[in-house]
Structures are given as structure tokens and as C-alpha cells.
Design a binder for this molecule. Structure first.
Ligand SMILES: Nc1nc2c(ncn2[C@@H]2O[C@H](COP(=O)(O)OP(=O)(O)OP(=O)(O)O)[C@@H](O)[C@H]2O)c(=O)[nH]1
Ligand SMILES: [Mg+2]
Length: 435
């Protein structure tokens, strides 16, 4: 009898335990709203770990999964072309972050979209400086547009660079390594001569005068970035450098503007080049003009570049750390012939030719002057110059935070007035007050 009581006690105990377990487990799903504790972002993040390779086998599948999950959650997919694009990245560094789905921070703009990308040449050590630039570009413009961002480097980008930049951008990020053929001394360069030039420039304290990498950078930006395999997929680019600022909202799509208005090249700041870095550049340009008269456009912008009809260069150039431009133009026979001619003359290494005068002279001779655009309404800073839009109403409308007194445009060292004169454009209203 004592044994059967004990069994009965065990049975009652087990039954009670079962009831308790049942209540505990059912109460956790019965709490009102508990199924919403996981936010859409959490869910995306959770699934993101699958998309990064554990659950799917190809980048295309990753991106399809990302879009499906986003649409299941009623969140607009951040980059609908991701599949095609990630699949074509075989020539760039593997990027485990590029298919990370993003929750858009703004409402994507409707209307025409261009085949366009931001492009940045950078080293891994530039990560925090370029992050500042990205944040500004995203806040002032791209959070509404989600254009891609291509990063190029002569070395492999490291994980930190990729992680941080991918987190900051609203569009797809792509990372390309530069071919050593495009970043190095061409074999026709006399190394001894180049070294002596660097030593001499060092003595004369010419900025970056003794730097080899700066010369590779200038040559790459002059002749190769638009031919990188990733860049071949795009028609338009917007160049962004580390530590720039954008002071105003960009209220429309500059790529669309450029296309609709038949523009090929644009600028926000212009100035005179440091003469010591380009003593024979214009001789080389004259050689090109003689050899390739077929590339010189009749209604060109020579007036911006020269005060004597092309005999001498006045050193005016568009500052190329900001550019919105057309890649097909840079890839055209005219531009490539121009670059090749200059390159053969060796001034990237025997002097210190910058990509700014090279691009500017090309734009001035190979484009119709109406194809070069000045963006008054894109407010910009790259040390040490500021372009703050002329015209108070523009600055108020665009929520600008630059001081108009810092605007460089009407300063005697700027060439922007010449651009207006060449195009017979009235100077922007109020410019006298902002000189
Ligand atoms: N990958 C790589 N990028 C470089 C190198 N040197 C410069 N860059 C990048 O090329 C662009 C131009 O270089 P900067 O150092 O900004 O040249 P700069 O604008 O004439 O001079 P700063 O006044 O120093 O800004 C920037 O986007 C740099 O991050 C390099 O050696 N490797
Ligand atoms: Mg710079």
C-alpha cells in the first residue's frame, strides 16, 4: 500500500510539473505583442547572416533572397539591381558586405534614374575621412536616390573599410583593386630622371613633389579610373574624396540634370594651377592639338584655358576632387588619344601633372563649351576652398549651412568668373555683395 501511494504521489507530481511547463511555454507566446518584439530590422539582420553565405550559394541568390525578405516585410529593397551587379564583380575584391540588405533611410525618389555611381579612390587608412564624406553625401542627397558607390584602391580593401563604408551608404557598394599596369611606372619612363625630379621638388618644397604614390594617383585619375572593369558598367560618375563637405541639400538628381541638358563634365570650384608642377604640360597639349586636330571641337572652351588663343596656358582648371561627369566621354577615342599623348611625354613623372588640369584641358578642347556645367547649387568644401552658392534664397531653400563669406568663386584666384564670361552668362544675382 505504501508503495502504491508513493507511485500515486509520483504521478500527481509529474502531472503538476507538466501543467507548469505548459503554462510557462504558452504564456511566452500569449503575451500581447510578443510576436512584434523582433523588429523588421532585426528580422532582416537575422536573415542577413544567411545571405552572407551560410544559406545560399551565389551572390545572385543572396540578392534574390534579400529582395524577397524585404518584400515579405513590406520594406522596399535597397538595390533592385543587386543580383546582376554582384554577379559581375568577379574582377573586384570579394565583398561580403555588398549584399547586406539595407533599410532605406529616405523615400526613394521617383522618376528617371541614370546608370550612375559615386566613385572614390582611397586607401584603407582613408576610411574615417571618407566616412565623413559619405555621411554628408548620403544626408544631403543619396539617401533619396540610393546610387551605387564604387571604391577603388591599389591595394586590397580591408574588412574595416568595407564594413564601415557599406554601413554608411544607402546604395550598393563595390570594391575594386587596381591593376598594377594602371598604377605604376610605364616602361618608357626613365627612372633616374624621375627620381632626380622628385629630389629637386623636395628641395624646392613643392607640395607632394617627392611623392611617387601621389603621381600614380594623378595618372590613374587622369587616364584609368573610368576604364576599371567595375566602372565599365556605368555611364555617369560623381567623384568623392575624403573629408569633403556638402553644405546644402541637393534637391534634384545631378545625373539626370546632366543627361537632360546634354552636359558631359561639371565643376563647383575652379582655380589656377601651381605652375611649378606643370611647366611643360601646355607644350604637350599643343603637340596633341597638332597631331589630332580632328579631336578639337570648334565651339570649345579654349577661352577659359588661354588668354591668347591657345599659345599659352593661363593655368585655369576645374578642381577635380569634385566631378560629376560622363564616363563614355572619358572612354572616347578623343579623350584616350589625349591621355596617351600626354602620358608618353612623361610629365606625370618628370613633373607632377595633376588630374585636375588634365581633365580640365581635355574638357576645354574636346567638348563643346555648352557641355561643361557649373553647379552653383551644390555647396562644397575640400580643404582649403569652399563653394557656397551665390544667392541668399538658394541657400535658404537648400538648407545650406555655409557662410557666403567663405565662397571662393568671386575671389581673384578663382577662374569661375572666366567661365561665366566665356559663356556670356550673367553673374549670379547678388554676387557683388558676396565677393
Ligand atoms: N588607393 C590610393 N588612393 C590614394 C593614394 N593617394 C591618394 N589617394 C586617393 O586619391 C584621392 C586624391 O588624393 P588626395 O591626397 O586627396 O590629393 P589632393 O586632394 O590633391 O590633396 P589633399 O589636399 O591632401 O586632399 C583621394 O581620394 C585619396 O584618398 C594612394 O596611394 N592609394
Ligand atoms: Mg583630396
Amino acid at each position: 500500500m505504501a508503495g502504491s501511494t508513493r507511485y500515486l504521489r509520483y504521478i500527481v507530481f509529474a502531472f503538476v510539473a507538466l501543467i507548469v511547463i505548459f503554462f510557462i511555454s504558452s504564456s511566452s507566446s500569449a503575451v500581447p505583442g510578443a510576436d512584434h518584439l523582433q523588429s523588421a530590422t532585426d528580422l532582416l539582420k537575422g536573415q542577413g547572416s544567411l545571405w552572407k553565405g551560410t544559406g545560399s550559394t551565389s551572390p545572385a541568390a543572396d540578392s534574390a533572397a534579400a529582395e524577397k525578405a524585404a518584400s515579405d516585410l513590406k520594406i522596399p529593397p535597397a538595390h533592385s539591381e543587386a543580383a546582376a551587379a554582384t554577379a559581375s564583380q568577379s574582377n573586384s575584391s570579394p565583398n561580403p558586405y555588398s549584399s547586406t540588405p539595407k533599410v532605406l533611410s529616405g523615400k526613394p525618389a521617383s522618376g528617371a534614374r541614370m546608370n550612375a555611381t559615386f566613385v572614390t579612390l582611397a586607401r584603407n587608412s582613408d576610411v574615417w575621412e571618407i566616412s565623413r564624406s559619405i555621411r554628408q553625401v548620403e544626408d544631403r542627397f543619396n539617401h533619396n536616390y540610393n546610387y551605387d558607390w564604387v571604391f577603388l584602391n591599389d591595394a586590397e580593401f580591408d574588412d574595416t573599410f568595407k564594413k564601415v563604408t557599406t554601413a554608411l551608404t544607402s546604395g550598393r557598394t563595390r570594391y575594386g583593386k587596381i591593376d598594377s599596369e594602371h598604377w605604376g611606372f610605364p616602361d618608357f619612363i626613365d627612372q633616374d630622371k624621375a627620381r632626380k625630379v622628385r629630389e629637386d621638388m623636395h628641395e624646392r618644397k613643392i607640395i607632394y613633389g617627392d611623392s611617387i604614390s601621389y603621381r600614380h594617383m594623378c595618372r590613374y585619375e587622369s587616364g584609368f579610373f573610368f576604364r576599371h572593369p567595375i566602372m565599365l558598367e556605368y555611364e555617369w560618375y560623381w567623384r568623392v574624396e575624403p573629408s569633403i563637405e556638402l553644405f546644402c541639400d541637393v534637391a534634384y538628381d545631378p545625373f539626370v540634370f546632366m543627361a537632360e541638358n546634354k552636359k558631359k563634365y561639371s565643376f563647383v570650384l575652379s582655380l589656377y594651377e601651381y605652375v611649378e608642377t606643370i611647366p611643360t604640360l601646355w607644350d604637350s597639349v599643343k603637340g596633341f592639338m597638332k597631331q589630332h586636330p580632328e579631336h578639337i571641337v570648334p565651339d570649345n572652351a579654349m577661352e577659359f584655358l588661354s588668354d591668347d588663343g591657345g599659345n599659352t596656358y593661363n593655368h585655369c582648371h576645374f578642381w577635380s576632387n569634385f566631378e560629376v561627369g560622363n564616363l563614355d566621354w572619358l572612354r572616347s577615342k578623343a579623350y584616350v588619344d589625349f591621355f596617351d599623348h600626354l602620358d608618353k611625354d612623361g610629365g606625370f613623372f618628370y613633373e607632377r601633372w595633376g588630374d585636375a588640369p588634365v581633365h580640365s584641358i581635355a574638357a576645354g578642347l574636346l567638348l563643346n563649351k555648352s557641355e561643361i556645367h557649373f553647379f552653383n547649387d551644390i555647396a562644397y568644401y575640400h580643404v582649403p576652398f569652399t563653394h557656397c552658392p551665390t544667392g541668399e534664397q538658394t541657400r535658404l531653400d537648400l538648407k545650406c549651412h555655409c557662410n557666403p563669406k567663405d565662397n571662393f568663386d568671386w575671389n581673384g584666384y578663382s577662374c569661375t568668373k572666366r567661365y561665366f564670361e566665356m559663356n556670356k552668362l550673367p553673374l549670379p544675382e547678388g554676387y557683388e555683395k558676396e565677393q
